[in-house]
Design a protein around this ligand. Structure first.
Ligand code: DGJ
Length: 754
């Protein structure tokens, strides 16, 4: 699996390659890296051969690990950057706490095999052909190369090699970790659990864990709980990421109510298959977080000579509270992860026909919508489900990716040409990994779906999951997507995925290899995306899974945006979008303005309210424009123009969640500050006024105290007496009062630096 991206040019490369502990002991080496480029900070990776301590400094973070006397790789420090001269003495393995808690459990290791009496979560568990299941990994060698450190470990007797890989990001201090397992024995062995590694936090009993839970149309609920003795498992067993848990965590201290201050350790797993993150406070109060592909119903037979590369587990530290942690992730995603990083294009304002037409798409109907969309300033027109095969509803057609001749008798070209002539580019919905039993593809290849022979094939939304791990399925999917792009001027795919797995069998391979499907499916998913992008470098892709069920840092390396939720109720969206931004940038968060009352809650919301809710992310329109009044069009045109003037600030700037809509809050307020500080944008929402109380005063963040800012209302009004212009100090310390009264009210302001 190609997990990596080509390193950015301009590196001053520093290479140290030391093989064998004996040689290491005789050396002292320091290696540092300066990343070229005005915005990048240096990464320093150093190794002290006397103490056998590695120190990684990047941005505001220091990470220290050492090789102890048992040759284990032990975590020594993870937190705020330390002083240059701070010295770490050699790592010392912790003693056994009792005969029940051997040293292997009490010592915080970076990556630990299951063996030697281990009871805490292992990073690697293997069964060997002779029945042996004991694996004890010891340091062997290391290599420092630029901003990357790799440490190779080996089992005490067997030729099982594990290379721990660390890559530090100079701008954010975020570390990317993974492990490569290599079978140099003379027989296959079976991996039963394989993680990217373990993050060990400073010992403590006062930690709070935040994570995201959800469901279809209710994604990204922020959960908070103390880190208790025992284990919390966040996971998906569904074949893909899922919305029930998102592979992200953040840990800070219980009782810290300042979202912008205090230590936070956070991480996110870059994997779109079934996954698992365990947060464990062990019997000696050590807190460990481990993660990788889910080990449930999984194993992976690694043949002699083969390697297994784990997904990446990203981790970071912020001293600026949970808000700072989110901003580091946002910055990392936009500058280092997404395709075209560090300069991805701003998200265009798009129109999508799904809520307007459902499956009932045809040339005339789409053309009419396209004309209306263009008239309000939309930049991308996307045709959703229903254009292909015999797709009249969700019962048929998936898998047959030819243009439906009744709906589009002249193919897609007339529609695409018209969309172009209206000044927009064209996007198309696809759901490549799925098939309806009522399709030509399934009639021809019933063996292509996940299945156990002679067992039911459970349908979800009348569809089955194609086994993308199969080379022929992978080839078919790539070929039809490639053909669509070759034959049509398509700028954008909305790649959908509308159910989870059932009966995850792969009868075509040996039974010992069937459970590889969890990994090989996801690897092929990535490889298709990667190959498509290589061949069609201009195409953009949205990851959608019935809303936000495939949102993670694994797929974000290959897609430009996420569909956040099928729930487009602008009030519900405040909560869903709020949770999303804990882990993911507003620059990849698609938010449509749709019709009112909403299909979700039958709630009536004004058009400006709906716009302001969506303008906090990457704006789209999903309403039925055929029903809009002249006044609606005028409002939309004005708000889209306003959005274009602030979108760089929203999509690239620093986000401050001034008031979160969590815990049934009556208000929700976000502020985004442009990277160069020239502009700040404030969005304020009121659920309902109570007992005549005024709206809370808003204390802005992230402004230059000494600069002056002029306030302009995009919608709504500041309170009477608000100065037209004031210092950053005024807006941050005195604050901003806004006039918001009533139910479901919203206002938005820009502050331009003078
Ligand atoms: C689920 C998506 O989330 C919707 O936006 C829409 O594309 C439908 N699928 C189409 O079937």
């Amino acid at each position: 699996m190609d997990q990596g991206k080509t390193p950015r040019p301009g590196f001053f490369r520093c290479l140290q390659n030391v093989v064998g502990c004996a040689i290491v002991l005789g050396l002292f080496a320091v290696c540092s890296l300066q990343i070229a480029g005005a915005q990048s900070s240096p990464v320093h990776i150093r190794f002290d051969a006397d103490s056998r301590v590695f120190r990684i400094d990047a941005a505001n973070t220091t990470y220290v690990l050492g090789i102890n006397e048992n040759q284990q790789v032990q975590t020594l420090y993870w937190g705020r950057q330390l002083a240059e001269g701070d010295h770490f003495s050699a790592a010392k393995a912790m003693p056994e706490a009792a005969s029940f808690d051997l040293s292997v459990n009490t010592t915080p290791q970076e990556f630990v095999g299951w063996g030697g009496g281990l009871y805490v979560e292992p990073d690697l568990k293997i069964t060997f052909p002779n029945g042996n299941r004991d694996l004890v990994l010891k340091y062997l060698s290391h290599k420092i190369e630029g901003d990357q450190l790799s440490i190779t470990m080996k089992d005490i007797s067997l030729d099982v090699y594990v290379t721990l890989q660390y890559k530090a990001d100079g701008e954010t201090g975020i570390l990317r970790r993974s492990a490569e397992i290599e079978n140099r024995t003379d027989a296959p062995f079976t991996i039963e659990q394989v993680f990217a590694g373990t993050w060990n936090l400073p010992r403590g009993t006062d930690y709070r864990l935040r994570y995201l839970t959800g469901r279809w149309a209710g994604e990204n609920t922020v959960q908070e709980q103390p880190v208790h003795p025992g284990k919390t498992v966040l996971e998906s067993r569904r074949g893909t990421t899922g919305a029930q848990n998102n592979p992200w965590f953040a840990i800070d201290r219980i009782g810290n109510n300042d979202a912008e201050d205090g230590n936070v350790w956070f991480g996110a797993l870059g994997w779109s298959g079934s996954w698992k993150i365990t947060v464990e406070q062990d019997q000696l109060q050590q807190v460990r977080v481990s993660g990788g592909p889910n080990s449930f119903d999984f194993d992976y037979r690694l043949q002699k000579g083969e390697h297994f590369q784990t997904p990446y587990f990203y981790g970071g530290y912020s001293s600026d509270g949970i808000g700072g942690a989110s901003r580091l992730l946002h910055r990392f995603e936009i500058d280092s992860l997404v395709p075209h990083a560090p300069h991805p294009a701003l998200r265009p304002v798009l129109y999508n026909s799904w809520e307007a037409t459902g499956f009932d798409v045809n040339e005339a109907g789409q053309l009419a919508l396209a004309e209306k969309a263009a008239s309000i300033g939309v930049e991308r027109f996307v045709m959703d489900d229903g254009w292909f095969g015999q797709r009249k509803d969700d019962r048929a057609g998936l898998g047959d990716w030819y243009v439906n001749p009744q709906k589009f008798p002249h193919g897609l070209k007339p529609l695409i040409d018209k969309v172009h002539s209206l000044g927009m580019d064209f996007g198309l919905w696809v759901e490549p990994e799925m098939v309806n039993p009522d399709s030509d593809l399934y009639r021809k290849h019933p063996d292509w779906v996940l299945n156990f022979p002679d067992r039911p094939r459970t349908e979800g939304r009348h569809q089955l999951v194609l086994n993308l791990a199969r080379p022929d399925v992978r080839a078919y999917v790539f070929q039809f997507l490639d053909k669509l792009l070759n034959e049509n001027d398509i700028a954008f795919f909305k790649w959908d995925y509308n159910r989870n797995w059932s009966e995850p069998g792969w009868p075509a391979v040996a039974s010992e290899d069937e459970k590889k499907v969890y990994v090989d499916f996801t690897r092929n998913y990535y490889s298709i995306l990667e190959e498509l992008r290589e061949k069609h470098p201009k195409v953009e892709i949205e990851s959608c899974s019935g809303g936000g069920s495939r949102v993670d840092l694994g797929v974000l390396r290959y897609v430009d945006e996420f569909w956040t939720s099928d729930n487009t109720d602008a009030f519900d969206r405040l909560l869903i979008q709020n949770g999303f931004t804990y882990a993911y940038s507003p620059g990849v968060m698609m938010a449509w303005v749709t019709d009112s009352p909403t299909w979700v809650n039958n709630r009536t919301l004004s058009l400006p309210y709906r716009f302001l809710s969506s303008m906090q992310g990457s704006l789209g329109i999903g309403a039925n424009l055929n029903k809009w009044t002249t006044e609606d069009f005028a409002t939309a045109k004005q708000m889209i123009a306003q959005y274009k003037a602030i979108r760089e600030t929203v999509q690239r700037g620093s986000l401050y969640r001034l008031i979160t809509p969590e815990h049934d809050s009556e208000q929700s307020v976000t502020e985004s500050v442009a990277r160069d500080g020239h502009q700040a944008v404030v969005f304020a929402f009121l659920h309902s006024s109570m007992e005549g109380y005024p709206y809370p005063r808003l204390y802005l963040r992230g402004l230059d105290a000494h600069a002056r800012y002029r306030i302009t209302a995009m919608d709504g009004k500041p309170a009477n007496g608000t100065p037209a212009e004031a210092s950053g100090a005024y807006w941050m310390e005195h604050g901003l009062d806004v006039q918001l009264r009533g139910d479901f009210q919203a206002a938005a302001f820009t502050l331009e630096r003078q």
